[in-house]
Write a protein that binds this ligand. Structure first.
Ligand SMILES: C[S@@+](CC[C@H](N)C(=O)[O-])C[C@H]1O[C@@H](n2cnc3c(N)ncnc32)[C@H](O)[C@@H]1O
Length: 336
């Protein structure tokens, strides 16, 4: 394994159980992304009455209603959140960062899910090996992620790896375990954010959904293609978002406040995988996107944290970049 020793460290190394003691009954994804995750799970889980382990689980289940499970075990850190989850039959409180060993027998599950949480694992290689141990031959390990996170708890390499390249990182976790067949990946991104979403006016595109999955070695099992899991938003909404994107590209102005975006040099770090030299960022401290971000993140227990709007000229894509303070990133401004 060729990872820098700091790769799986975090800004906040305090006890995860304390951090997650704060109850967060929030949706971690918008409704389009949530429907997509449900379809992914519904499409891939072909087992009849499977025994399912939902790793790093919370109050929201991503199991579709039609999926009848024999048993669903939810493993996480917050008892109240897990007890609110209607699909979970057994709650297991277990900190995977203190002890990556899963408290289950060998070959005791058909499916292990991990949704929007793999970025918090400080020993992902051990955890994936453990998942392989508790899965039955041919069983499914499905890892789904997006681009939101509690940044102080996400491992450094995750934060510093470009969003689309994180798929390779997760593939590496699978292959290092030596217990899984080939991984398959699926990406659902660039769709307009549903108009009823609370960030609708702030973030134009729906939360991206990335899935990486593989079967436990030892038995063959065919799984249907995820092309079926695609949830397409309506075309008018798509055109509206494309027009807005084209406007950013043409004017290099922030779509949230109209301020001119400033050219910013991408810093070099051992992990940076953005292959362009420059981004364009909105440095307006009164931009509603930034201001609202501070409020929303504070309501989720993350004080002094928000995002600035960022435009990637190489890919013609709007993104966001996390900031802890208003001064952060300013030394990278190279605007004339
Ligand atoms: C962003 S939430 C995602 C919850 C859920 N999987 C979902 O899709 O809605 C991250 C979850 O990871 C769990 N988690 C974080 N660190 C953990 C750790 N060290 N051990 C076990 N679970 C952890 C937390 O309890 C939290 O519920």
């Amino acid at each position: 394994m060729l990872y820098d020793e700091r790769a799986f460290t975090r800004d906040d190394e305090s006890d995860d159980r304390r951090f997650y003691a704060f109850e967060r009954m929030v949706s971690h994804l918008d409704s389009l992304a949530l429907r997509t995750v449900e379809r992914i799970v519904g499409t891939l889980v072909v087992e009849q009455r499977p025994e399912i382990l939902d790793l790093m689980a919370s109050w929201d289940s991503h199991l579709p209603k039609e999926l009848e499970a024999e048993r669903v075990v939810g493993l996480g850190l917050n008892r109240n959140e897990l007890e609110r989850n209607e699909r979970i039959d057994e709650v297991v409180l277990h900190d995977l960062n203190r002890d990556p060993a899963l408290p289950f027998d060998d070959a005791s599950f058909d499916v292990v899910l991990n949704t929007v949480s793999v970025d918090y694992l400080v020993r992902p290689f051990d955890v994936f090996r453990e998942v392989g141990r508790v899965l039955r031959p041919g069983g499914l390990h499905l890892v789904v992620f997006s681009n939101r996170m509690f940044p102080t708890k996400a491992v450094r390499i995750w934060r510093e790896t470009a969003e689309d390249k994180r798929v390779h990182l997760v593939q590496d976790f699978f292959s290092d375990a030596g217990l899984f067949g080939e991984t398959t990946t699926f990406v659902h991104r660039g769709h307009p954010r549903p108009a009823d979403d609370r960030y609708a006016g702030v973030e134009p595109t729906s939360d991206p959904v990335y899935a990486v999955y593989a079967n436990r070695l030892g038995a063959e099992r065919e799984r249907p293609s995820l092309a079926r899991a695609l949830v397409l938003p309506d075309d008018a909404e798509r055109e509206r978002v494309a027009a807005r994107q084209a406007e950013v590209d043409r004017t290099l102005r922030c779509p949230h406040c109209g301020e001119r975006l400033l050219k910013w040099a991408v810093p070099w770090t051992p992990f940076t995988e953005w292959d362009n030299d420059h981004m364009f960022i909105c440095f307006n401290d009164a931009c509603p996107y930034l201001v609202r971000g501070f409020t929303v993140m504070a309501s989720q227990g993350m004080t002094s944290f928000s995002y600035r709007f960022m435009y990637d000229p190489e890919r013609g894509a709007s993104q966001s970049i996390p900031v802890h303070t208003l001064a952060q990133l300013r030394d990278g401004i190279v605007d004339e």
